[in-house]
Ligand binder design. Sequence first.
Ligand code: CMC
Length: 436
Amino acid sequence: MTIQENCPAAATNGERATLNYQGKPTDFPLRHGSIGPSVMDIGKLYKDTGCFSYDPGFTSTANCASKITFIDGDKGELLYRGYPIEQIAEYSNFLATCFLLLNGELPTNEQFRDFRRTISMHTMVHEQMTRFFTGFRRDAHPMAVMVGVVGALSAFYHDSTDISNPEHRRIATNRMIAKMPTIAAMAYKYSIGHPFIYPRNDLDYTSNFLQMCFAVPCEPYIVNPVVARALDRIFILHADHEQNASTSTVRLAGSSGANPFACIASGIACLWGPAHGGANEAALTMLQEIGTVERIPEFIAKAKDKSSGFRLMGFGHRVYKNYDPRAKVMQKTCHEVLDALDKRDDPLLKVAMELEKIALQDDYFVSKKLYPNIDFYSGITLRAIGFPVEMFTVLFAVARTVGWIAQWREMIEDPEQRIGRPRQLYVGPSRREFPL
Ligand code: CMC
């Protein structure tokens, strides 16, 4: 089989790639994005050739056309609606980023005020949901609680589950962005036996989340502005990341017409895995296990030994083959938080910085283009703020909710989208008779 590509560098629409299979040429249209690689539209591959494409892990497969987020993995660039992540993290805030991801443009001052007011009107959860929490064991992982409670939102808010109704989609969007911090904080409070703290709508989105997590009814809680700004930035960095595993899960779940709350619950379940959102927890656990700078060579050697099954958590990325741009912002934020909280002598920071230095000079990591990813420094930062490791992925879920919803809405509104139904290369037994 050969592929003759008729696509010059600056190709225009109407061009085609020709695939020769068993002596018969078949043409496939080429489609070009605004930036990034073009795609061959192989939707008719099976009809025209009788073959499926085979691409486990979707390493060469685009599942949709999207206008939301762009990553150039070789350059180490991440854009939300065209804006570089570093600039958004520096000049914007999480709620404005939500508006941008959902609507395509940054909000005007008036739009921001309206959006903020709307979100704050939805921050409480149905009072009956508090009883839902008590059904869980207190030592349950908060991500397990999140999957259950977010999935249950459709039982409490079924008046916004008609996906064909744009107004329902809008209300479900606002509800999820507003309620996710409340649910996450409740999961945390439940795990430590504290009473739930109600949202405070006079606070900004992230400060309110901090007070729901760390305030207690018996004394006033004052939000540390450096911590609030750092967490807000962490939320911005995690808000969307194009067609990653959890977002693809949300899209796939949504492609069947499932309601948005159920779709987001499926995204949370996928995010929990250690190769995805669970990596921040795994990275911190690994740094704790390493413990001292002297033990780093032992762990580097283990990571290079395939038979050990050990990987350097917080290193490597499917798309970034350069420094993850989010990791750079995260590293700076980490230093800011440790300085503000007078924890700059945190031994884990020393281990992390030394580990990064050694790995970036090591031939194994250099040749495989394995760089620190966002999770490498986020764990140290979140721990310094006061979150236990089990909450790390929950915070990721709070931030990623807007990305999941923006992508879900884009899918619902895309006339080209159909139910997601991959095919397979069957390698099991062929037909045989049942033994009598
Ligand atoms: N430590 C040691 N070796 C590694 C690592 C690592 N962290 N990551 C990849 N490799 C090696 C891997 O063994 C393979 O070697 P070879 O080519 O000799 O077989 C090569 O690098 C390519 O790895 P891969 O598993 O084929 O790459 P992938 O694109 O399928 O996996 C990844 C990407 C993120 C799952 C992987 O790098 C990894 O497991 N990293 C650790 C977990 C982690 O930090 N995940 C967070 C990702 S960022 C947050 C997010 O977006 O969710």
